[in-house]
Design a protein around this ligand. Structure first.
Ligand code: KG4
Ligand code: ZN
Length: 344
């Protein structure tokens, strides 16, 4: 069964074809970063309009590149939530209409389930059960995964998501959007001995996170030193703050991952979502899992951030068991993942 996947939950247009026998046949992502850069963040209406412009040409180009006629597609999966309502609606309407025109089933997929299952697109896959750390711009969650659709939420952020904290702190440092990669690059030049930021909520039991205080800590540190230091010392100050911030986020995530893995007795940890592209976080989690006698699994970098491949795969998991929806469609900008049930 070949499934076309459509992702439009935020500022990336993603399209892909997943085949149950051959795996991922191909995918394309168009990033709207340049469109939103001047505004310092995603402008929802501009995002929706750009998805409208990109979707049809991208699907046409992908099918042509793969040498597939529309008749070769057996189902269409799209992101139904969580995400920006308008952006989701564009993808849902487009996907549902294509499926109707082609006479194949359609299904709305949960975006975070897509991220969670993305490591399954690699040759080297984890086996169930595993713990997943989902770290994106909108979510920070630790989930126990016993099977596709069988998810237990172990902990999540009570305020800002990890990616959101990266983006906001990057803004304080005068870096562009999205701030995560830019902040990580700046941190490379930081002095690890200069500042130490707190590790929020690690001094008490539990697996929830809180990252908004770190952004405030960065702001206070910057204000305190910028006024006393000469202008020439500011670039180094910024790099040192970036490193202290990144260190605190990475360390906090690693501490909670250790707890989750120890409590659940799982030997595999999956990390996915945009922040999982962070080099220092990966190194830290690899080291942690090796120390615990287990292993960490990630999708390749291009499948860590938003993409259509993970949606095609998550959709295939459900469509091939016969799950599908009627001609109506809806989107869920807020959609707790615990509400998902296994396909069948
Ligand atoms: O999963 P994603 O592409 O979109 C959402 O569903 O949110 O994640 C985007 C987030 C942004 O906040 C971005 O700054 C962050 O992932 N990000 C990073 C890195 N690459 C992307 N954060 C830290 N280090 C990185 N290398
Ligand atoms: Zn995402």
């Amino acid at each position: 069964m070949k499934v076309l996947g459509i992702e439009t939950s935020c500022d990336e247009t993603g399209v892909a074809v997943y085949d149950g026998e051959s795996g991922l046949l191909g995918h394309e992502v168009y990033s709207q970063i340049a469109l939103h850069a001047d505004f310092g963040g995603v402008v929802p209406e501009l995002a929706s309009r750009d998805h409208v412009r990109r979707l049809a040409p991208m699907v046409g180009a992908l099918l042509a590149r793969l040498g597939l006629a529309p008749a070769a597609i057996d189902g269409v999966a799209y992101t139904a939530g969580p995400g920006l309502a308008g952006a989701l609606l564009v993808g849902a309407a487009f996907a549902r209409s294509l499926a109707w025109a082609w006479g194949v089933p359609a299904l709305g997929v949960h975006h975070m389930e897509g991220h969670l299952l993305a490591p399954m697109l690699e040759d080297d896959q984890p086996s169930f059960p595993f713990v997943a750390l989902l770290v994106s711009g909108g979510h920070t969650q630790l989930v126990r995964v016993d099977a596709v659709g069988d998810y237990t939420m172990l902990g999540e952020s009570v305020d800002d998501a990890a990616g959101e904290a990266f983006d906001k702190t990057a803004k304080l440092l005068g870096l562009g959007y999205p701030g995560g990669p830019a902040l990580a690059a700046l941190a490379e030049r930081g002095d690890p001995a200069r500042f130490r930021f707190p590790r929020p909520m690690t001094d008490r039991p539990g697996l929830d996170f809180s990252f908004s205080g770190l952004k405030t800590f960065a702001l206070t540190t910057l204000r305190e030193h910028e006024t006393t230091l000469p202008e020439a010392a500011h670039p180094q100050l910024h790099a040192d703050v970036a490193l202290a911030f990144e260190d605190a986020v990475v360390d906090t995530l690693a501490i909670k991952c250790r707890r989750a893995v120890e409590q659940s007795g799982c030997h595999a940890l999956v990390m996915a979502g945009g922040v999982s592209a962070n080099r220092r976080l990966r190194a830290r989690v690899d080291e942690l899992m090796a120390g615990l006698g287990g292993r960490a699994f990630y999708p390749r970098a291009e499948l860590c951030t938003d993409n259509g491949a993970m949606i095609a795969y998550a959709g295939w998991q459900r469509l091939h068991t016969g799950q599908q929806e009627g001609l109506g469609f809806g989107v869920r900008p807020r959609w707790p993942m615990q509400e998902l049930v296994a396909g069948a």
